[in-house]
Design a protein around this ligand. Structure first.
Ligand SMILES: NC(=O)c1ccc[n+]([C@@H]2O[C@H](COP(=O)([O-])OP(=O)(O)OC[C@H]3O[C@@H](n4cnc5c(N)ncnc54)[C@H](OP(=O)(O)O)[C@@H]3O)[C@@H](O)[C@H]2O)c1
Length: 287
């Protein structure tokens, strides 16, 4: 039976991996959240993987507070760049495969067509730069590494844009959301499915892009959340990016081309709107 250690297991993706694990009794999962394993502690990482031998390590740990990272670069780099190097080292020692998750923010967003894996990177933020360094360290440090860049992750677990739009939609009569940043929302449950499917089929090392299908702006996503949740009392106003300044500068265009992962593993990816509906049903059932 394949042994899989999931680090950063308390976050959105880690929680979706845990949820999915129940449907895969032939895979043995060990979920290590930050209280069980601090991935920035090299000795702790090496000792944990000595004590919990894994065929596959799935690194879901990350510093994801994109704006805060601008003023907290060292802490961000420890989690997003140094920790992946420690995991790569431990994976290499044990002959394990490392699946590491990265981001569309490694690109500057000046493209006019979906980004492929071989496109030049040019991160504009501390978060993006540290994630790019993490990718490089994983690919250089582990001979069996799969790095998956994803975008606009949301889930019924944790805090995210979808949950914020639900909350604000129910409490406000008007809301401004940027319409000139375009990308693809990704339901973390879909990414978890794709990772488990890759594990089942046998990991083909390399760099991959994964998001849900389709393209939209944050404004479109907010409108879709309200429409699907039946919220009719909040007017959503489209804003230009310069009307909504943030500490970290977001890419205007960050659509990922998923051809490689679809062809390598033969996976079908749902459209973002179908997945959003599925997630909202779960959130609705929890109320
Ligand atoms: N969220 C997005 O929109 C987005 C977009 C593109 C790519 N991604 C990437 O997708 C992956 C999954 O993201 P996510 O949204 O699931 O992130 P998340 O919900 O923010 O979860 C990250 C997890 O990492 C854990 N963590 C932080 N520092 C740690 C440490 N030193 N040791 C162990 N665990 C630590 C956190 O634990 P604590 O909470 O206990 O600190 C948290 O449970 C990440 O690689 C992220 O960069 C995310």
């Amino acid at each position: 039976m394949k042994q899989i250690v999931v680090t950063g297991a308390g976050g959105q993706l880690g929680s979706e991996m845990r949820c999915l694990s129940a449907a895969h009794p032939d895979l043995e999962f060990d979920f290590a959240d930050s209280s069980r394993l601090d991935v920035t502690d090299r000795q702790a990482v090496l000792a944990y993987l000595d004590a919990h031998p894994a065929d596959i390590i799935v690194n879901c740990a990350a510093y994801t507070a994109v704006d805060r990272a601008e003023d907290d670069a060292e802490a961000c780099r420890r989690v997003n760049a140094l920790a992946p190097a420690y995991l790569a080292e431990a994976a290499e020692v044990h002959g394990a495969t490392l699946i590491h998750v990265s981001t569309d923010y490694v690109f500057d967003g000046r493209n006019f067509r979906p980004y492929v894996e071989t496109d030049a990177t040019c991160p504009a933020t501390v978060y993006g730069r540290t994630k790019l360094e993490g990718e490089r360290r994983v690919l250089e440090g582990c001979s069996r590494a799969m790095v998956v860049r994803t975008s606009w992750l949301y889930s019924s677990y944790g805090n995210n844009f979808v949950k914020t739009m639900l909350r604000l939609g129910r409490t406000r009569s008007e809301l401004g959301v940027v319409f000139d940043q375009v990308g693809t929302p990704t339901y973390a449950a879909d990414l978890a499915c794709a990772l488990v499917e890759s594990i089942r089929q046998g990991i083909v090392p390399g760099l991959y892009h994964f998001s849900d299908e389709g393209v939209c702006s944050w404004y479109d996503l907010a409108k879709a959340v309200h429409r699907l949740a039946g919220i009719t009392t909040c007017h959503v106003r489209p804003l230009h990016t310069d009307e909504y300044p943030t500490r970290a500068c977001r890419p205007h265009y960050s659509v990922l081309d998923k051809t490689k992962i679809k062809q390598t593993y033969g996976i079908a990816i749902p459209h973002w709107e179908a997945s959003l509906e599925a997630c909202l049903k779960i959130l609705n059932s929890q109320e």
